[in-house]
Write a protein that binds this ligand. Sequence first.
Ligand code: NAI
Ligand code: MG
Length: 423
Amino acid sequence: AFEEGPWRRMAAAERARLLYKLADEIEKRADEFAQLETMDNGKPVKESRWVDVVQTVETFRYYAGWCTKLEGETNHVNDKYFTYTLREPIGVVGQIIPWNFPMLMAAWKLGPALACGNTVVLKPAEQTPLTALRIGELALEVGFPPGVLNIITGFGPDSAGSAISNHMDIDKVAFIGEDKTGREIVKASVGNLKRVSLELGGKAPNIVFADADIDAAVRGAMMGIFFNQGQVCCAGSRLFIEEKVHDEFMSKLTERVGKMRQGNGLDEQTVIGPQVSKEQMERILSYCDIAKKEGAKLVCGGESPKGDLPNGYFVKPTIFDNVRNDMRIAQEEVFGPVLAVIPFKNEKEVAEQANKILYGLSAGIWTSDSKKAHKLVSHVKAGTVWVNCYNMFDPQMPFGGYKMSGYGRELGKHSIELYTNVK
Ligand code: NAI
Ligand code: MG
């Protein structure tokens, strides 16, 4: 489909039209997609509907617009010569994605790869294949040429995942998931030296200064760690609170957390659902035990709920206070609704601790002092820094990591760099 097929040869406007049509068809079936996503992942169906489906549609539309804007350059050398560049698709692209935002991550990957004229083999996570399969089905229905968008289900190691990352006819692989798996992907890529982009985990500092709007920061802290049951690569899992407002903040936070309604993701009233799998639940609970042994103070949660909840992989919203930045609960990605609260004395201290971490995907800063905010924005080693908000996304906004959080930037025009060669 790449070498011989019509995809990269067709008018750019025609590729755009197909991507717009795909977005429209997904939007028309928003309820169906929301149900599928929640059945697979467990997340509250309201979130599936208003976050995952909406952003998936917007991402496809955004990249549909790029099809007709993949320009090259001309450069004057002297009066005899000029040079020009062409932006060409890379070829066959392999994409391996995780289970936390199954359809949205598919859109982040497919949108730009297809807009640039590549063909794609996408492997959804084994826990959550349904929405990607449905997107593939709709793509054929709206008229994508066969073979352009391939959805291959299967496991990671010694299966569909490693088949993609090792394949000599795949020219680029894009991965989102655990850093350990990212290393395997890089190793596998050396066979044909395929291009690699990685979006790996994080352990984001979310920093609250005493001069912040405390109510807004409390809501932001909750959004930072409990959204999607904490299974978010950019989760604000290290919450730094300035000592002066620590007690006030904690009492407001625990009061709100106590009111969160946990339950079946398909229930419209649910705000926090189950974890994606038994394995993930057990991993999170084991980190709660580690935190207790390390001497962190358990404020709430730390276990699965008992009694009236239906059977499921639930973990109560959990807060540990008096955490030190060098504890494992502050250094390792838990990927669950577990918040590590680290009190701090002053700006200098928190600036140092924020960067004492192997990851660098994102960070949050809450303050009414814009000078302080900008100073810290440039100091923090992270690809995204939110100021007085958290987990805000837009297809125009680049996303990606410093340090062990990966390489390459996605979204905006940055994905275009990932999916084209410059000739
Ligand atoms: P994972 O990174 O192993 O899996 C993600 C994707 O990679 C899946 O599609 C899987 O099938 C595939 N995969 C796994 N091993 C592979 C290999 N050797 N070659 C090619 N593909 C492979 O993540 P997993 O095991 O589901 O979760 C473990 C931990 O990873 C989580 O507890 C969490 O901390 C972290 N994680 C981070 C994510 C992020 O967005 N940063 C997403 C998912 C998990
Ligand atoms: Mg794994």
